[in-house]
Design a binder for this molecule. Structure first.
Ligand code: F6R
Length: 615
């Protein structure tokens, strides 16, 4: 939620900040703004809308000069998205300027207090309150900016990643974080600031990720100075070498990031099991599991906490874990888990799944589980993310940066990791025979090739999309391992095409949703040969007899369903537990093509953001 970028050094800040904002636009795109100090003036340009609108406006207004600058792309929390509420925000004197990602929860009382002391506010935002609080502290105590930021932050309740500078001291930027990510890129006599490393990847591979509760003073010609916001202790900067490359964060020849990421899945799945699954030796090795194997073997229960698509991956994991490890699994929406006084035992394993590793609801669930003594294992994609640091142990998915707001490769790589863990535990517990285990490993190794084959249906899926793009509603049905895929298919369609879609367990249809079926209703049914195939075929018959339109996802060569369905989309055969890795591919492509045909913004659907750092 919200992306922040900053630069201080010897180059022009403008192109770096603008390009950086474009890379972070996945975090929010309600409005954008930039502040540059050109040696004598502090110039701010902001606008409702996208970074492209900001670029046009700042170039028209000639606000492009300066070697210190900050920029912001916003996902609105306080105040409607308009020019005034856009960041950066000034202090009343016009000296301080700030960008902020997060929420200041006690902003209302702070605002009232500041008003009583003569401050006035132009916007409805919590951020304008914060910058004036900093100014107030600075004036009252006659102290440097860094100290004033620290004192002010000790008075606020909430979450933040901020960057602030004082036009009277244009050689330093002060940054701080609590609950929202902040990375500092270290160049030669120059520094970059951003919500993730993508804005500065072509300039430097060296980065410091601030920890929660830390702030840093970034001054040209000096080392970055980091200290705790509370307690004032100095912290030694830990400089990391980044693994990301430019190609990973650019669209290449694809029209959209989402399409690129759909097509990256064979590679992403391979990268996720590479080095972990040694098929010939019959070994699965994962440090996070190996180091805690007793905990996994003795777990009485696994609780999965996650949101959105990651929650769907958790549901697939429920089927996989219960099938192979015989450990009972509960899958919880993180946001519900934290508000219902859940029963958590010390021998529970809590698995937190999150692509971004920053989702506030999931983070809160982790904290609650830890307070109750459970062991928390994270499955994250973003290296160094807050969730990966907050959990006791974990495994990264190695999907590479996912920039399209609709999650695709994160889902399949999460299922891959969770399958590896389940198989490893099943083997250690003696719940799976050696040949069966070996067969599963060999089959998992074939999944990337099979995903590649599933992708070959793209042109056919485009035709299906064309046929049904004008439908007002869709129903998605699946059973067993593929029930969560039905939910995921429906989520993909609604979030990027804004068509209402519902996922249901196929057999549950007759308990209500069947009433919706008529000749206008497309029903996407996952009817692969494994599992409850015959039962799903009966469900298809029920839809057909009510004149519903059937789009069936079937196993290659299935003639039976072909005779019943309006359209069939084939996927290769595999072990039932791995079918979600294949059946989800046509559903991703179907929603993608429908959204493109409807002229929607596929990578940045309305009202959404990639990283949801508010509860
Ligand atoms: C759907 C989607 C969201 C996320 C959810 C959790 O396509 O992207 O539903 O899955 O916000 O995000 P992470 O996995 O980053 O915790």
């Amino acid at each position: 939620m919200c992306g922040i970028v900053g630069y201080i050094g010897h180059r022009e800040a403008y192109p770096i900040v603008i390009k950086g904002l474009q890379r972070l636009e996945y975090r929010g795109y309600d409005s954008a703004g930039i502040a540059l100090y050109d040696g004598s003036n502090l110039n701010v340009c902001k606008t409702k809308g996208k970074v492209a609108d900001l670029k046009t406006k700042s170039e028209n207004e000639n606000i492009t000069k300066g070697s210190i600058g900050i920029g912001h792309t916003r996902w609105a929390t306080h105040g409607v998205p308009n020019d005034v509420n856009s960041h950066p925000h000034y202090s009343n004197s016009g000296n301080l300027v700030i960008i902020h990602n997060g929420i200041i929860e006690n902003y209302d009382s702070l605002r009232k207090e500041l008003i009583s002391r003569g401050y006035s506010f132009k916007s409805e935002t919590d951020t304008e309150v914060l910058v004036n609080l900093i100014e107030d502290v600075q004036k009252k105590e006659n102290i440097k900016l860094g100290k004033a930021v620290q004192i002010a932050l000790n008075q606020v309740v909430g979450a933040y990643a901020i960057a602030v500078f004082d036009k009277q001291k244009p050689n330093e930027i002060v940054v701080a974080r609590l609950g929202s990510p902040l990375a500092i890129g270290i160049g030669e006599e120059e520094f970059f600031i951003a919500s993730d490393a993508s804005p500065f990847i072509e300039f430097t591979q060296k980065a410091i990720y601030l920890e929660d509760g830390e702030m840093a003073i970034i001054r040209t010609g000096e080392e970055v100075k980091i200290r705790k916001i509370q307690g004032d202790k100095m912290v030694d900067p830990y400089v990391q070498e980044l693994q990301m490359n430019l190609e990973q964060i650019e669209k290449g020849n694809y029209d959209h990031f989402m399409l690129k990421e759909i097509y990256e899945q064979p590679r992403a799945i391979t990268d996720t099991y590479r080095g972990r699954m040694l098929v010939d030796k019959g070994i699965i090795r994962m440090a996070g599991v190996d180091d805690n194997i007793e905990k996994f073997l003795n777990a009485k229960r696994i609780i999965v906490v996650a949101c959105g698509t990651s929650w769907h991956a958790g549901l697939v994991a429920e089927y996989i874990f219960e099938e192979y490890t015989r450990i009972p699994v509960e899958v919880e929406y993180a946001s519900e888990f934290i508000y219902r006084n859940p029963i958590i035992y010390k021998d529970d394993i809590v698995i937190a799944i999150s692509q971004s590793g920053e989702t506030a609801d999931t983070m809160a669930a982790i904290k609650l589980a830890k307070q109750n003594g459970a062991f928390v294992f994270g499955v994250c994609n973003v290296v160094g993310s807050s969730i990966s640091r907050e959990t006791h142990a974990g495994a990264y998915t190695h999907a590479g940066p996912e920039i399209g707001v609709a999650s695709t490769k994160a889902f399949t790589t999460q299922i891959t990791i969770l399958s590896l863990i389940a198989l490893k535990i099943a083997k250690a517990k003696g719940n799976i025979s050696k040949p069966d285990y070996q067969h599963h490993l060999s089959e998992l190794a074939l999944i990337p090739e099979k995903v590649e084959k599933a992708l070959n249906s793209n042109e056919h899926i485009k035709q299906v999309a064309e046929k049904y793009m004008s439908s007002a509603n869709f129903l998605y049905l699946g059973r067993g391992f593929n029930f969560p895929v039905a939910l995921e298919g429906a989520l993909k369609l609604k979030e990027i095409s804004y068509i209402h879609a519902e996922g249901y367990p196929a057999a549950e249809m007759k308990h209500g949703p069947i009433a919706l079926i008529d000749e206008k209703m497309p029903v996407v049914v996952i009817a692969t040969k494994k599992g409850h195939y015959q039962k799903v075929v009966s469900n298809i018959e029920e839809i057909k007899s009510r004149k519903g339109k059937i789009i069936a996802i079937v196993t290659e060569g299935d003639e039976n369903v072909r005779n019943l369905a309006d359209y069939v989309i084939e996927v290769p055969d595999t072990i039932e537990a791995f079918t979600p890795l294949l059946t989800t591919i046509p559903l991703q492509l179907l929603s993608y093509h429908i959204a493109v045909m409807l002229g929607k913004n596929v990578d940045q659907p309305r009202n959404l953001a990639k990283s949801v750092t508010v509860e």
